[in-house]
Design a protein around this ligand. Structure first.
Ligand code: F3S
Length: 654
């Protein structure tokens, strides 16, 4: 049996462990990326590991998430990231240069390499044939120091693409179709690998749209082969030397194969408020739309925006529609500006936003109450737009333009216009002047890292107690996202100050006039008792936001007991010495209430070597069983009081 492309790349990077399916495998990381929302913590932790200079082929620190808020916090962070990158031997992509994933695809990603990023949409670079995985900042910090990244040797789901996209359907519709089949649940530990004749009909940015939103499936990553199309893209980026052809063996076997015929796809939308709530645009046609935004790391490539410009040329957006356009990178913005497409977009009535994440993370453009917003983004969890009770639809740029022009959700095939095919240029405009190169070793010695007063080194996790005594601080339901745990938006500027940021942990569950989650947690912590969170299915889904573990850890949370916990968040919990426990019997969830007193008498012993533990609900006088699904390394990390300490210990031993 031949190898999948996934396993070919993993095999060439195996450092520790085994690639037997389901086993922990430590792989060498060639490149890392961080963004400013997770990057300050990653670099603070990297510094406290004492690792010196980065040991990867290329590490890049990006500013894209949080660029325009009041107060000095953001700019203190930017200055810190700029100086710490220079000193540590990392590249730094400055604010305004673009969204990390798009810029990485354009300027750094190379086929066959591994990429670890402290952002859950890092798999975007799977579009150029990389194994690109999202993780917490601490995992990225360890990889920057030359340490292996551990993943579970994955099952590989093959997606066979046939045919060719028809006018007005887009690569976004491929991933929306796949989300309708695989949903956002049950795909943990899998990689999605695309193959088949249809692949060659997709450009690299189109492939990247698909791998980007593959994150919403909950898979480890997604990957496309590297072929003549990849070669042409790299050549147009003046990086032809980075090309190598890559494909799976012809007899590669997949866990399962899903076939998608590109020719028969139709425009689709993820309806409020989950990326897998998929309908065809025809089914929801006519829904009134008040706002449209084209942008984000999913859909703001040169071709996406050129298509939008060509359709809008000479037209104006519908009355009462607000249209925002955020180019994914400065390269795209520059090219649109010089070929006149930008002025067509402006003339149509669009508001031009910075090259950054902006509205995708609730930074501006929050929709008005009780209105529909249509976005080319990848996530529409409730409240992510910054508006409570929002109605966000996720669509292709084609469908977004149709909505902007008509004021309604409209199947773009019914616009009655010719579809403007956009060819990839033979040469993109290259201007890396906002990418700061790392300093050499001698210059780095003279570089002073700038730490503004709003940057606070995070408190280290504590060792696990023999026995856990605590109370349920919160009982929450299914699909709790990292946005619920740790809201971003206006609060994101506190990301470098954990005591301040921790004040809004689980803010969405706080009730006016009652003590907040943080108040209750700190009170318990001061009494020497542990905080416990009870949750339903897919706890921590959504993002790599490690503050969703770091801030609860600071507040004294020592265990999460859930029906299931998402991969990246589970790793983050372990990294910050919070024990992830699953109900042996999911119906036991019903028997626990908020504030119940809980004891786990043999916590430490169980974490050392057992697969289950006894949980005593002292309030209800009941005992139940919790499951521990931990690799030997996970256990060592928990017993070492977190990944940072674990890594320091390893470095001392070697
Ligand atoms: Fe940024 Fe949204 Fe992508 S926050 S990295 S544009 S998912």
């Amino acid at each position: 049996m031949g190898d999948t492309l996934t396993y070919k790349i993993l095999k060439s990077h195996l450092m520790e462990g085994s690639l037997e399916k389901g086993s922990p495998a430590g792989i060498r990381i060639d490149q890392t990326l961080t963004q400013d929302a997770t990057g300050t913590t990653a670099y603070l932790l990297f510094e406290s590991m004492g690792a010196g200079r980065v040991k990867t082929e290329k590490s890049v620190s990006y500013i894209d998430h949080n660029m325009s808020q009041f107060g000095p916090e953001n700019h203190n962070d930017h200055l810190y990231l700029q100086t710490v990158a220079a000193k540590s031997g990392a590249y730094h992509s400055r604010a305004g240069n673009g969204i990390c994933h798009q810029v990485h695809l354009e300027r750094f990603g190379r086929p066959g390499a591994t990429l670890l990023g402290s952002d859950s949409h890092t798999p975007t670079c799977g579009g150029i044939g990389m194994i690109a995985v999202g993780a917490g900042g601490l995992d990225v910090a360890v990889a920057m120091g030359g340490g292996a990244f551990f993943l579970t040797a994955p099952k590989v789901i093959g997606v066979k693409l046939t045919g060719r996209l028809q006018p007005w359907t887009a690569s976004k519709d491929i991933i929306l179709k796949l989300l309708s089949i695989l949903t956002t649940k049950g795909n943990v530990g899998c990689v999605v690998e695309y193959f088949g004749e249809g692949v060659k009909n997709l450009s690299v940015p189109q492939r990247a749209t698909v791998t980007n939103m593959g994150a919403e499936l909950g898979v480890t990553t997604s990957v496309f082969p590297s072929d003549e199309v990849t070669k042409r893209f790299l050549k147009a980026q003046k990086r032809a030397d980075d090309y190598q052809p890559l494909e799976p063996d012809s007899d590669a076997e997949y866990e399962r194969v899903i076939e998608i015929d590109l020719s028969s796809l139709e425009p689709m939308a993820a309806c409020p408020s989950s990326p897998d709530n998929i309908k065809t645009v025809k089914e929801i046609q006519g829904t009134e739309v008040q706002q449209v935004i084209i942008g984000s790391c999913t859909n703001s490539s040169y071709a996406d925006l050129m298509m939008a410009a060509k359709v809008m040329k000479g037209k104006t957006i519908a009355p009462f529609v607000e249209l925002g356009v955020a180019p994914g990178s400065r390269q795209v913005l520059n090219m649109l500006a010089s070929n006149g497409a930008l002025s067509d977009i402006i003339a149509a009535g669009a508001r031009i936003l910075e090259c950054g994440c902006g509205p995708c993370i609730g930074q501006g453009f929050s929709p008005a109450n009780d209105t529909a917003t249509v976005r080319t983004f990848n996530r529409n969890f409730a409240g992510r737009t910054g508006t409570k009770g929002d109605n966000a639809y996720l669509v292709s740029p084609e469908t977004a333009v149709a909505a902007a022009l008509t004021g309604k959700l409209t199947d773009p095939r019914e616009l009655g216009a010719d579809y403007p095919e956009v060819d990839m240029p033979d040469a993109f405009t290259i201007d890396d002047s906002l990418i700061q190169e790392p300093l050499d070793k001698e210059e780095a010695k003279r570089c002073q890292v700038q730490r503004g007063p709003t940057i606070v080194v995070p408190e280290a996790p504590k060792y696990l107690p023999e026995k856990l005594d605590g109370n349920v601080l919160l009982k929450c339901g299914d699909k709790i996202t990292t946005d619920h745990i740790m809201p971003a938006g206006a609060y994101l500027k506190f990301r470098s100050n954990v005591p301040e940021y921790a004040k809004v942990v689980f803010n969405c569950f706080n009730e006016e006039g009652k003590p907040t989650f943080a108040d209750r947690a700190l009170k318990l912590k001061n009494q020497g008792k542990a905080g416990i969170i009870i949750a339903g299915e897919s706890y921590g889904q959504g993002s790599s936001r490690e503050h969703a573990a770091l801030c609860p850890m600071y507040l004294g949370v020592r265990a999460v007991i859930a029906k299931s916990i998402e991969r990246i968040h589970k790793a983050n919990l372990i990294n910050f010495a919070i024990v992830p426990i699953e109900f042996e019997n999911p119906s036991d969830y019903e028997g626990i209430s908020q504030e119940d007193e809980i004891a786990i008498p043999n916590l430490l012993e169980a974490v050392k070597s057992e697969d289950s533990l006894r949980i005593e609900n002292k309030t209800k006088g009941k005992t139940l069983t919790g499951k521990l699904t931990l690799s030997p390394r996970d256990r060592d990390i928990l017993l070492s009081a977190g990944l940072l300490n674990y890594t320091k210990n390893l470095n001392k031993e070697s």
